[in-house]
Ligand binder design. Structure first.
Ligand code: NAD
Length: 251
């Protein structure tokens, strides 16, 4: 089930956290993986090494997905030159710059919009053309429960993640006729470096709001990504899959 043999994935922000887990889970199911990273080449190489230990091909691709069209085109070009056609794009790279709405400055707003929304847009633009020619592909966007329900202190993050859901649905509609699916995963609270600095009170409050009552693991999210990337998910597009312990129950 969910065999990804013969597929190649490009995972943005793949050197740690959810991106790392997704890269390894996809390699575990047979995919070759291009691991994009911004700063930590050593961590990206460690992930690539683990992919190779699984018997799959791996490359690391340095590049800042928030830096606009040219930077994203360059990431896509390098990945394709090194590994061949990309069948699966995982727009995972993301940041937080939390502040209350009335205190949030332009840098905090723009950095999060550039990374969490414009990055996936330009990466999709870069990868969709070869996918369209190949008449198939999978695009997976890492949204967030915060984008579905809002979150005090995260106006920038929630707006970007909600925007990413709109981008997902539009991409799904525009590219469906070419056999390309596009879906979003909306994790709740997952233990990674991104959430490590959350105050205990905030973590406890989120746990209390989560029907399943505990914090998720990166593997919970990676499993959903593997499914969405698989041939078995061919009839699923434009969806938002909550991997969130039930904190959001959408219709
Ligand atoms: P993380 O901080 O551990 O990892 C994010 C990765 O993205 C890092 O490797 C970082 O270097 C990379 N990155 C950031 N900006 C980049 C850029 N401009 N170019 C290239 N790489 C860049 O965070 P994580 O928890 O693994 O989050 C991964 C994704 O999942 C993010 O989009 C995040 O918003 C989303 N998410 C996480 C949670 C959670 O609870 N951890 C919940 C919902 C959504």
């Amino acid at each position: 089930m969910f065999d990804l043999t013969g597929k190649t994935a490009l995972v943005t922000g793949g050197s740690r956290g959810l991106g790392r887990a997704i890269a390894l889970a996809m390699a575990g199911q047979g995919a070759d993986v291009a691991i994009n990273y911004r700063g930590n080449g050593e961590a990206a190489e460690e992930v690539a090494g683990q992919v190779r230990e699984l018997g799959r091909r791996a490359v690391t691709v340095q590049g800042d997905t928030a830096a606009g069209r040219e930077a994203c085109d360059a990431i896509a070009k390098t990945a394709i030159e090194e590994l061949g056609p990309i069948h699966i794009l995982v727009n995972n790279a993301g940041i937080t710059r939390d502040n209350l709405l009335m205190r949030m400055d332009a840098e905090e707003w723009e950095a999060v919009i550039d990374t969490n929304l414009s990055g996936p847009f330009w990466m999709t633009r870069a990868i969709a053309r070869p996918m369209m020619k190949a008449r198939g592909g999978r695009i997976i966007n890492m949204s967030s429960a915060a984008g579905r329900m809002g979150n005090a202190g995260q106006a920038n993050y929630a707006a970007a993640k909600a925007g990413l859901i709109g981008l997902t649905k539009t991409t799904a509609r525009e590219l469906a006729s070419r056999g390309i699916t596009c879906n979003a995963i909306a994790p709740g609270l997952i233990t990674t470096d991104l959430t490590a600095d959350l105050p205990e009170a905030a973590t406890d409050a989120l746990k209390a709001m989560t029907p399943l009552g505990y914090i998720g693991s990166v593997d919970d999210v990676a499993a959903a990504a593997v499914y969405l990337a698989s041939d078995e998910a061919r009839y699923v597009t434009g969806q938002v899959i909550g991997v969130d312990g039930g904190i959001v129950m959408g219709s």
